[in-house]
Design a protein around this ligand. Structure first.
Ligand code: FES
Ligand code: FE
Length: 463
């Protein structure tokens, strides 16, 4: 029996059914109607610098390969043999001339063509004997995405021929993406992925993760209280990031507004015009100075270009790419859905290509202590998602909606077209708009409808 999805998400009342986080049928609708259509983050250009380089990534539930061919072109290919579906590449990353399927030996070039070789040892083994020469190799290359975009080194792709241009899909949220992709001093595209990608699984739906970063400032004081209370923040005791000094607390409380793109579904825990200051590190005054200098340069550049000076997040690009971009840490977290109740998290760490060596080294340690499965704050969040899931899917528990009513009717106009901002530092406006966008995708609405500004009523704002 078809599920009435719109009955499960009541944005105006601020209630959402637990079913959307646990139901198999809804999960399949998400994979078909959302992840097979939306623009998704694949990886960073710096992960595949040389011809033949590849990085194994995912798009929703599908494994893909990000490759660079001999001409330097970037490709995104389904990592599944066209013969019986075997993964043609089982490594995380590397360099190769071609991908040879381990099952029966079909071989593909790094741009996805099913290759032919004169001796018939590679390409399609026994091509003439086994297929009588009748197999049309040109029709059996690896499945390619519809479009790929390299935005300042960040690679995105979509499976959908009808998807809008990447710039239109992102809209005014590009300010946040720019802050992620540019250097701390505002130099465009001057960043690189740093070290490996941390990967781990949580027993929770992928939307818990996306929602956490797109606007949930509410959880921090409770969930991460131990980090604050013990003064063991990875930046050192009494840093402004996690310290308990009056100065540190005042700085954090000064962060007031979050931003919601009510048509496009993206959200951020800060404003486009709020000039956050980089944190101070009591134990490392020289680094405090270094980062503050770079940030001052960026603000100067942005102002000279007539651009906003905020937009650093934490933030989530709809649907599943979350990130922090101020630099402490500056990381990307993608929530790959595995099943309704299982998600694989991938964390990339981003650093300026020309970062001062001591800053780079310090950041490496900081990233590991802060984020990822061994990081202080990530562990806190993971426990919440796992236990919330376990306690939500029982026969009785699943009858009761979650409450998303915080800040209903209590937003204000944002400085960017198509946004509202929270009045208070905490709101669930971002989550409500995220789920409204989610619902429209899950229902399979057309791109014309999904991108039509008139199709969504702007949330009520305070006078
Ligand atoms: Fe790949 Fe058969 S599954 S060659
Ligand atoms: Fe958190």
């Amino acid at each position: 029996e078809p599920l009435e999805l719109s009955a499960l998400v009541d944005v105006d009342a601020g209630t959402i059914s637990r079913e959307i986080f646990i139901n198999e049928q809804i999960f399949r609708a998400e994979m078909d109607n959302l992840f097979a259509r939306a623009w998704l983050f694949i990886g960073h250009e710096s992960q595949i610098p040389e011809p033949g380089d590849y990085f194994a990534s995912r798009m929703g539930s599908d494994p893909v390969l990000l490759t660079r061919d001999s001409e330097g072109e970037i490709h995104v290919l389904l990592n599944s043999c066209r013969h019986r579906g075997m993964k043609v590449c089982r490594y995380d990353s590397g360099n190769t001339l071609q991908f040879t399927c381990p099952y029966h030996g079909w071989s593909y070039s790094v741009d996805g063509e099913l290759v032919s070789t004169p001796g018939e040892l590679f390409g399609v083994p026994q091509f003439h004997n086994a297929y009588g020469g009748k197999l049309r190799r040109e029709n059996w290359g690896l499945v390619r995405v519809s479009r790929t975009v390299n935005y300042k080194g960040l690679i995105f792709a979509t499976w959908d021929d009808d998807a809008p241009a990447f710039e239109d899909y992102v809209g005014g949220f590009m300010l946040w993406i720019d802050n992620l992709a540019d250097t701390l001093a505002g130099v465009p595209a001057g960043t690189e992925a740093f070290g490996g990608v941390l990967k781990w699984r949580v027993k929770a739906n992928w939307k818990f993760v996306a929602e956490n970063f797109l606007g949930d400032m509410y959880h921090a004081a409770t969930t991460h209280a131990s980090v604050e209370a013990a003064g063991i923040g990875p930046a050192g005791a009494n840093s402004s990031r996690h310290g308990t000094s009056p100065e540190a607390l005042a700085k954090r409380r000064a962060i007031q507004h979050s931003t919601s793109f009510y048509l496009l579904g993206h959200g951020a825990t800060d404003s486009a015009i709020e000039q956050r200051v980089p944190p101070t590190f009591a134990d490392h005054p020289e680094l405090t100075e270094y980062f503050a200098d770079l940030f001052a340069k960026k603000v100067e550049i942005r102002k000279a270009n007539g651009q906003h000076v905020g937009g650093h997040g934490p933030a989530t690009l709809f649907p599943s790419m979350s990130f922090h971009s101020l630099g402490f840490p500056r990381t990307i977290l993608v929530a790959h859905p595995i099943s309704p109740n299982e998600t694989e998290l991938w964390r990339w760490f981003i650093v300026d290509k020309d970062a001062r060596p001591d800053a780079r080294d310090w950041l490496r340690g900081y990233y590991m202590r802060y984020s990822g499965p061994a990081g202080l704050t990530e562990q806190d969040d993971m426990e919440n998602w796992d236990y919330a899931t376990d306690a939500s899917r029982g026969a009785v528990a699943r009858r009761y909606d979650y409450n998303y009513a915080q800040g209903l009717g209590h937003s204000q106009d944002g400085p960017i077209e198509g946004t509202v901002e929270s009045v208070h530092w905490s709101t669930e406006e971002n989550a409500r708009n995220f789920y409204r966008r989610w619902l429209r995708f899950a229902e399979g609405q057309s791109w014309a409808s999904l991108m039509d500004p008139c199709s969504v009523k702007k949330p009520d704002v305070v006078a």
